[in-house]
Design a protein around this ligand. Structure first.
Ligand code: ADP
Length: 363
């Protein structure tokens, strides 16, 4: 029988609890609180974890106490592990989403999806409710880096019907281990490598459906992983969602300034602010010598920020460990101060650009 040092209560930190009482990990996993091994749990209490996952805390505390007495995981009722999401009947329109922030890049492969994930993790570590709309429809990588494979469930919308009289389908977002809500074209099918071919106008429509026909919870922040470039699809998002402003992701390349100028012009034409610039793969620190190498050349972050009339939110080094965790679907295990730095800088930028009070509705 383990000797427990820690008192188990709503304010108990999840990581400390598991360190002290390993079976707690199994109990929490049974409840779908798979965040035990992930970076978010280091800063999360049982109460915060339960709330983020939409679970009642009482059965969790009861099961942990029982496990402490018996040394094994007690049976857990199905209803106690089912997130209390908004019932479809209660879905009378849109969730209340406080801030919508698209993440944009001038070109593919600069790490836009990874930066989106790191931002989401940093925001979750501050106990905010976070969603990711993966609008990078032709190369959706968000589900993969979060290790999500099960397709989203679809429910009939009791309030709306299609033109032929059938109830309109509503998508239920998938939930990541640390309770980030995720909607992606990759979660419409269970075949991870199905190539999706979408024509421009359909693509824009799909992105809008991913916002409108989804039972999002009331979120503090919805991050939108945009398709790379300045084509129709990112334009639709900028036009049709009531966004706070855009985060631009770049790499240290001379070309970046040119591409970013184009992206910045587009955003400014839409009369939306650029909240900040993230320079990814900015440099590399050799783990053995601590020496810094500018692999892709000197930083252009300041020049890009000047063009974008926005601050540099972070310079993120090349880090093979992050790439590996992302590749293995374990991005939430990244426990790196850069997540906190990104979240703090983004929240500061959001506060510095209050949205106009009138609500611009969807077109
Ligand atoms: P994008 O969304 O811009 O196309 P991704 O986020 O998919 O780019 O990143 C492309 C590849 O680069 C991925 O394999 C990712 O893990 C890797 N990557 C991104 N940022 C970094 C980084 N800072 N260090 C190491 N690898 C990175």
């Amino acid at each position: 029988m383990p000797t427990i040092q820690l008192e188990i209560g709503p304010q108990t930190n999840i990581k400390e609890l598991v360190a002290d009482f390993p079976i707690a990990e199994k109990v929490l996993t049974e409840f779908g609180l798979g965040c035990v091994g992930c970076g978010v749990s280091a800063t999360e209490t049982i109460e915060q974890g339960a709330r983020a996952h939409g679970l009642r805390i009482e059965p969790i505390l009861a099961a942990l106490s029982q496990a402490r007495l018996s040394g094994s995981v007690p049976p857990i009722a199905d209803e106690d592990r089912r997130p209390q999401r908004r019932a479809p009947g209660a879905f009378a329109g849109r969730a209340k989403i406080k801030h919508i922030v698209p993440i944009m890049s001038g070109k593919g492969g600069v790490g836009k999806s990874l930066v989106t994930a790191l931002l989401a993790l940093g925001l979750r570590r501050r106990h905010l409710t976070v969603g990711i709309l993966d609008a990078d429809i032709t190369g959706p990588s968000i589900p993969k880096i979060f290790g999500l494979r099960t397709p989203m469930t679809i429910e009939p919308d009791p309030n709306r019907t299609t033109p032929d009289g059938r109830p309109q389908p509503l998508m239920v977002p998938s939930q990541s281990r640390s309770a980030i809500e995720i909607v992606s074209a990759n979660l419409l099918t269970d075949k991870e490598d199905t190539a999706m071919v979408w024509r421009g106008p359909i693509l824009s429509g799909v992105i809008r459906q991913f916002y409108e026909q989804v039972t999002w919870s009331d979120l503090d922040v919805l991050l939108v992983d945009l398709p790379p470039g300045t084509s129709d699809a990112p334009l639709t998002v900028l036009q049709s969602l009531d966004i706070n402003g855009v985060v631009l992701v770049t790499m240290p390349q001379a070309l970046a300034t040119m591409i970013v100028r184009k992206a910045a012009n587009l955003v400014h034409q839409m009369k939306k602010p650029i909240l900040g610039v993230v320079e990814n793969m900015s440099y590399f620190i050799a783990p053995d010598t601590g020496k810094r190498y500018d692999i892709f050349g000197p930083s252009y972050a300041d020049a890009v920020a000047e063009l974008a009339e926005a601050p540099v939110l972070a310079r993120i080094p090349i880090d093979p460990r992050k790439a590996q965790l992302a590749d293995e679907g374990r991005v939430e295990e990244i426990d790196d101060p850069v997540c906190d730095a990104l979240a703090t800088a983004l929240l500061d930028a959001i506060a510095a650009h209050p949205k106009p009070t009138e609500t611009i509705s969807l077109i």
